[in-house]
Design a protein around this ligand. Structure first.
Ligand code: F6R
Length: 607
């Protein structure tokens, strides 16, 4: 993964490269670096840790130039130490890379045999060394050197290069990883993501697979993988630049949790006409032609797929599968006529999900995506797009984007069920009205955040937490456990309540906290029995339930948080919120880096 940026201009670029990197830090934040050309020579600065370390280093030892490239890293090959930070620089070239070169080892061996000395453990340095050979030994020009080198590479890459002696040139290329170009007034830009360019330019274009481009301050030339000069459609970015302000909040995650009532209203407003009680949806396939739905995603997005599986089968009666993107494409799944593939992703750039989408495209055109970043690769490669409208999500742990995914999938569910006459007009209107209650219910729960904070004290001294849910609250238990692991580094596992007795119950003792989701429902009593089994083994139960559930569980535990009563149809969306707060307050207590937890990145652009 990693974020890359380049600027070629008539003016100084270093401060702007840093501003651009700040908007790319979600892609990785274990080290960062910048290279420019000054008096024809390559100069660079790199630092481990967050971008702020690089910024401070450059403040102390300034570098400048009118052309430059920058990188923020999420380590793949080689530890996150300074020598492995990008740019990788040789005598004549500096390169930044997003992706993985799968066959780097064979080239490295050849180069080592020739006596070339490597400074880093990265796959990327091999690219710099190969290009150096082309320039210094074979006397190739920059573009030719890049073209001949990438022909040999296997894997995925987005690459930006600058060259000694070339003060007005960046060469870029991509395969597998995205690159967007931005067009300015006597300056041009390149970045892993168009949104980070929006602070510099509104006019952008995306490079296609295999494209190569040269950028000078006055001109951009694009070539396809065969070397033909090509045009790529430009578009105007209508989105506001990413707002990097936390406002009154300590963390982006806190802000993103607390702004959910507003964000939910936003997504509902996009799809529903509250006054008329009607849906206004983007185009989508005929419900009657859908014989099966396959939902695909990773991590949190996969859990929204899993929740939707329960919904699509339960309400619409359409056979549905939820698939992990990283498994889907490699296990020869059967895709039939009449299948609708739904890809769910916040970033729209997750390599596993893109890989699964491209695999599915070989078999069907029925590709719909539910994405938050509307300019993303997944959105651009889908035939139908349902945006989640959550706004930029900066905190690495997904919160509001997950909730908006659930809402959009729920809306699709109602649409299919209604088209297939599985629900009456009245039922449909009740369901839509139910959704409109969500902002109020969210605000109600958020106003009790202090009570949830108190419940987190139960985790003190524990090494592990179990999360239990049954039926459609099972995916929510999985998501709650993931959230806790990610940001508090406390081990947590989610289980379907009925599964506890098949193994995990062996873990229960008096030091084991167990978070249970059990509002009154058709499976309430079954889960209550499972929780009694936990109590009998002296597990510490923290129960999330509603009024009726509380009355029936009063002998079970004293640690109960009561949520507003609502229809079963809304519980997954409602019960996700206290679990987000639990993860947040636990992490706060442990003093971890909530917005940028260790080892993670917001957008996982490698397999
Ligand atoms: C968890 C989290 C990740 C992502 C996953 C997929 O909080 O954010 O598990 O959900 O990496 O990312 P997207 O949704 O961007 O495809």
């Amino acid at each position: 993964m990693c974020g890359i940026i380049g600027i070629v201009s008539k003016n100084e670029v270093v401060n702007r490269l840093i501003d651009g990197l700040a908007r790319l830090e979600y892609r990785g934040y274990d080290s960062a670096g910048i290279a420019t050309i000054n008096s024809s020579e390559i100069v660079y600065s790199k630092s481990t840790g967050k971008l702020v370390s690089l910024k401070n280093k450059i403040k102390e030892n300034p570098i400048d130039g009118h052309v430059g490239i920058g990188h923020t890293r999420w380590a793949t090959h080689g530890e996150p130490i300074e020598i492995n930070a990008h740019p990788h620089v040789t005598k004549n070239v500096a390169v930044v890379h997003n992706g993985i070169i799968e066959n780097f080892a064979e080239f490295k061996d050849e180069l080592l045999e020739k006596g070339i000395i490597f400074n880093s453990q990265t796959d990327t340095e091999v690219i710099a060394r190969l290009i150096e050979e082309k320039i210094s030994k074979e006397k190739c020009g920059p573009l030719e050197a890049v073209r001949l080198t990438i022909e040999k590479l296997r894997g995925s890459f987005a690459l930006c290069f600058i060259f000694k002696g070339f003060e007005d040139l960046i060469v870029v290329t991509r395969r597998g990883s995205p690159l967007a170009l931005g067009f300015g007034d006597r300056e041009n830009f390149v970045s892993s993501d168009a949104l980070s360019l929006s602070i510099f330019s509104k006019k952008i274009c995306y490079l296609e697979e295999g494209d190569l481009a040269t950028l000078t301050s006055d001109e951009v030339k694009i070539y396809d993988s065969f070397g033909n000069s090509v045009f790529r459609d430009t578009q105007i970015l209508y989105t506001d630049p990413i707002n990097l302000s936390k406002g009154q909040y300590k963390h982006f995650m806190e802000k993103e949790i607390f702004e959910q009532p507003e964000v939910i209203s936003q997504v509902l407003g996009y799809y529903l006409d509250a006054f008329e009680g009607t849906l206004s949806l983007p185009s989508l396939p005929q419900s009657t032609e859908i014989k099966r739905i396959i939902l695909v995603g990773c991590g949190t997005a996969f859990y929204s797929c899993l929740a939707a599986k329960y919904w699509f089968e339960g309400l619409s009666g359409i056979p549905t599968h939820a698939e992990l993107a990283s498994e889907f494409r490699y296990r020869s799944p059967v895709i039939c006529k009449g299948d609708l593939l739904i890809f769910v992703s916040q970033s729209g750039e997750t390599a596993d999900t893109i890989g699964a989408l491209r695999f599915a495209k070989k078999y069907t055109k029925n590709i719909l995506s539910v994405v938050n970043v509307e300019q993303s690769s997944i959105a651009r490669e889908s035939n139908w797009v349902f945006p989640t409208k959550a706004g930029p999500e900066i905190g690495v742990a997904s919160t509001k984007a997950f909730i908006c995914q659930l809402i959009v999938l729920k809306i699709l569910n109602i649409k299919f069920a209604s088209d297939l006459s599985k629900i009456s007009a009245k039922h449909r209107s009740n369901l839509l009205n139910g959704l409109l209650e969500l902002p109020r219910l969210y605000a109600e729960i958020l106003s009790q955040n202090e009570n949830i904070k108190q419940l987190c004290k139960k985790f003190i001294g524990s090494n592990s937490v179990l999360y239990l849910g049954r039926d459609v609250l099972y995916p929510i238990a999985l998501e709650g456990a993931l959230k806790l692991k990610e940001i508090s580094y406390l081990h947590a596992e989610g289980y379907a309540s009925g599964e506890l007795k098949h193994g995990p119950i062996a873990l229960i003792d008096k030091s084991m906290p167990l978070v249970a989701l059990n509002p009154w429902s058709k499976v309430f009593e079954k889960t209550l029995s499972n929780l009694e089994e936990v109590k009998a083994r002296r597990g510490k139960i923290i129960l999330f339930t509603d009024k009726k559930g509380r009355e029936l569980s009063k002998d079970l535990t004293k640690s109960i948080f009561q949520l507003p009563s609502c229809s079963e149809f809304l519980t997954p969306i409602l019960y996700s919120l206290p679990l987000q707060l639990i993860a947040y307050y636990t992490a706060l207590d442990k003093g971890t880096d909530v917005d940028q937890p260790r080892n993670l990145a917001k957008s996982v652009t490698v397999e």
